[in-house]
Ligand binder design. Structure first.
Ligand SMILES: C[S@@+](CC[C@H](N)C(=O)[O-])C[C@H]1O[C@@H](n2cnc3c(N)ncnc32)[C@H](O)[C@@H]1O
Length: 244
């Protein structure tokens, strides 16, 4: 958990690293993102009888907005980093992008009508407790009732996973955090949400994709086994809705 998290994506070098190193084509994160895209695009048609409005909190360079742009009736992205928002525009994101302050009162979602999908990808794991609570308070404001729509949250460092076994190699690394299902459930409950589904996208860790001999088996495990074993996945999406 990093106390300086909102500061870390503020410059163009961070944007470039995020796009070209973290999400380099064929790498671990890019392959997870491709599978998330397929699943979300399939599910959104089942979840919503008509296209929802998407509010993507901590949208960064627009990954979740770009995944769903043609399946939603409008998109809004919110982030603290002008550089990340510029990156989203450069990547072709046509959603309305909103710069929000890193602290202070909870940022309010743009006023919209109709069904709503709130997405929050790769924020919770490394963020502090107050940042997590603020993000969930934003989601609760966008989804005031049970019938308002759904919240989709990514945990890209689930504690009950193979990643946990290699934690000793990351001792002292401020980027190595772990997030448990329990913590996510508690966070959801504090803000009046209940978990309605969990989807798994990887059983392995980035190291497997950097090792030539492990890359192909890792791809197979992550593609075919992770969706069947969400309770052991390193990377998961939680789907939640407001409690009655
Ligand atoms: C790891 S990136 C994830 C970006 C995008 N959601 C994705 O999955 O590709 C984390 C993003 O959270 C943003 N962020 C950090 N603290 C935040 C806060 N307090 N409120 C809103 N966004 C924040 C950063 O600027 C950054 O763009």
């Amino acid at each position: 958990m990093r106390t300086d998290y909102p500061e870390l994506f503020r410059d163009d070098a961070a944007v470039s690293k995020y796009e070209n190193v973290v999400y380099r084509p064929g790498g671990y994160s890019a392959s997870i993102s491709a599978r998330q895209r397929d699943v979300l695009r399939g599910q959104i048609r089942r979840w919503f009888p008509e296209p929802p409005v998407q509010h993507d909190f901590a949208c960064g360079t627009g990954r979740a907005l770009l995944m769903l742009a043609d399946l939603v009736c409008a998109g809004h992205g919110y982030d603290v980093s002008p550089a990340m928002l510029r990156g989203a525009r450069d990547a072709g994101c046509t959603a309305d992008l909103h710069l929000v302050p890193p602290d202070g009162p909870v940022p309010m979602p743009a006023r919209t009508t109709g069904p709503t999908l709130v997405t929050m990808f790769r924020l919770l794991l490394n963020a502090t407790e107050p940042v997590r609570d603020r993000a969930l308070a934003f989601a609760a404001a966008a989804l005031p009732h049970r019938d308002s729509g759904l919240l989709v949250l990514e945990n890209h460092g689930r504690s009950r996973s193979l990643r946990h076994l290699g934690r000793w190699r990351h001792r002292g690394d401020p980027w190595f955090s772990e997030l448990s299902d329990r913590t996510v459930r508690d966070l959801l409950a504090r803000h009046g949400f209940e978990l309605v589904g969990t989807y798994g996208f990887a059983l392995t860790t980035p190291a497997w994709y950097k090792t030539a001999v492990l890359r192909a088996p890792a791809g197979l495990l992550d593609t075919y086994l992770a969706p069947r074993l969400p309770s052991l996945s390193t990377d998961v999406l939680y789907v939640a809705r407001r409690l009655p």
